[in-house]
Design a protein. Structure first.
Lengths: 78, 78, 78, 78, 78, 78
């Protein structure tokens, strides 16, 4: 992927960190399925299925661990 | 999401930390499916399915790892 | 949840820590499905299904990571 | 469970640590399904299913992370 | 596998680190299914299935934790 | 298991570390299903199924976290 989409794991606030975790999770899908059109179609599937949404939240939680650690949990010690 | 819903990972007690982990888990779903109505409908599905509930608890466990680390496991050393 | 059920992650022994991890795993389900009756019915499902039991053990393993870290792996250095 | 089955996370070697991780994984199941007879029957299911075995190996991997950290990865610095 | 494909976990930027995490995730599959032809056929399956893509993103997230830690989260302190 | 198969988590290179992670993942299966013959038959199942391969890669990723940490990410500081 030639675009620059991730220049730092640092964020100003925990919420921005959580939103970065969501972006990381979506990029994991985009690298495997680059077509915006296909991903949009699939979105209707998982956005209306409870277990699919839980699985998405699991990926976000895993990425949030990384982002939170990178920001020292926003404890202002880095 | 324009609302501020996560300003800190710090909580006074482990139990509040666990409840924050639940909130993080639910927000992972809300970002993907913003409709309150759809989420409410889906809730009936997963709240009555053993494996779905286990998967939810897995997400909470992952987020609780993050929250607990952010609070130094409430060991009063931070 | 108004009850106090988690006041500390510290336990005297690894085994008590493991049992706390089980409690954490069950609470992740209880917050989502508060009805004791429904949970009891679902229990018959997952307690007799190999993959469901493995999934439960996965949640416990994740929570045990947190509890073990909180107790410095019971290495008597905290 | 009144039996003492986990008194320490320390092991002499990585292999013993891995075997402790297996024990931890099985105990996660035993606490939920205490009947030896039922567990033995279920064993035939998952021991002959590729995905079930992979899921078991995932739980072991998660518990091995905990045991390995508790032993400082057997780097002889603890 | 006789080829050298992983000589370091260090990357210049977080994005290159994420791309290394993708490579690690794919290699986990390649070691189990070495046939390029079979993997290409399977790709059509998972690249068009929402849950499969989420599962892929979960593996990437797990590997990204490792790569990010190896690079000290690109905080320029290593 | 009476054989010695894991005497150290240390490896000379990241790639050897990744290959050790694969071995750990396979041993998690072998302890549960010791029959070489059964495992060989199951291999045909999961080696030709996209989701099964992703699940295998997830286990490898988890074990690679452990091996990488044990080697201080091959940063030559241990």
């Amino acid at each position: 992927m030639s675009d620059l989409w991730l220049s730092t794991l640092k964020t100003a606030t925990p919420q921005e960190g959580y939103e970065l975790a969501i972006k990381l999770s979506r990029m994991g899908i985009k690298y495997t399925q680059p077509s915006d059109e296909v991903r949009q179609k699939l979105r209707d599937d998982y956005a209306n299925n409870a277990d699919s949404l839980t699985a998405v939240s699991q990926v976000v939680a895993t990425n949030f661990q990384t982002v939170a650690a990178a920001n020292n949990y926003w404890n202002e010690r880095t």
